[in-house]
Write a protein that binds this ligand. Sequence first.
Ligand code: ZN
Length: 58
Amino acid sequence: MRAQQAPATHRLVCRACGRTEPVHCVVGAHPTSPAGFLLEAAEVVFRGYCAPCRSTGG
Ligand SMILES: [Zn+2]
């Protein structure tokens, strides 16, 4: 069994303006896939508010 990690995309998404920023994260353990499911990639989205929106939106 090969222990090859699937490529992961991590990004920050601002709830206010929709701005996205890619971030580099350490890829941890993958979730257990159902039988027969080939996991190829992962995407993680962090939602919050960017600096400009935080300063103006309160
Ligand atoms: Zn924003």
